[in-house]
Design a protein around this ligand. Structure first.
Ligand code: 4NP
Length: 159
């Protein structure tokens, strides 16, 4: 992804269930934007509907809390057609998410869709692995990835 343009950025983080990876990405980005004093719209959602209305996975809540961030109030929602005009940038956690997002993109919609790790120099093309079936340790690796991406996005967004 190149330098972001300076219309008010609106960033949407997308995974499969919107309970593990993308809520952590949303939390990391909210914290990074706040630290940098950036006015950015931030949200997350899932390509699937399994966890609509559900809070983040307790392992994601604990991992965020360990880094001083409260994501317990977030609730799952599914990606919708209007997201492609409401958001300037849509970030997929992995390649399957990216394919699922592109499959429902309305023709001519304005949002730029990319892998989240494309924002991190040297990590372009990398996936953020689904930690759902793994142990708590994996959630810390997820955090490190989404936090690196949040820092990289802030650098690009800073005037
Ligand atoms: P996420 O993880 O996409 O990072 O939120 C998952 C959450 C739930 C399921 C799969 C992945 N699931 O199959 O229910």
């Amino acid at each position: 992804m190149g330098k972001l343009d300076m219309t008010k950025p609106a960033l949407l983080f997308v995974c499969l269930g919107n309970i593990c990876r993308s809520p952590l990405a949303e939390g990391a980005m909210r914290a990074a934007a706040e630290r940098a004093g950036l006015d950015v719209e931030i949200d997350s959602c899932g390509t699937a509907a399994y966890h609509v209305g559900a809070p983040p996975d307790p392992r994601s809540v604990e991992t965020a809390a360990a880094h001083g961030i409260d994501i317990s109030g977030l609730r799952g929602r599914q990606l919708a057609a209007e997201d492609f005009t409401r958001f300037t940038h849509i970030f997929a956690m992995d390649h399957q998410n990216l394919r699922n997002i592109e499959a429902v993109r309305p023709a001519g919609a304005s949002a730029q869709v990319s892998l989240l790790m494309d924002a991190v120099p040297g990590r372009e093309g990398a996936a953020i692995a689904d930690p759902y079936y793994d142990g708590e340790d994996q959630f810390e690796f997820t955090w490190e990835d989404v936090n690196a991406a949040a820092d990289a996005l802030v650098k690009q967004l800073k005037p």
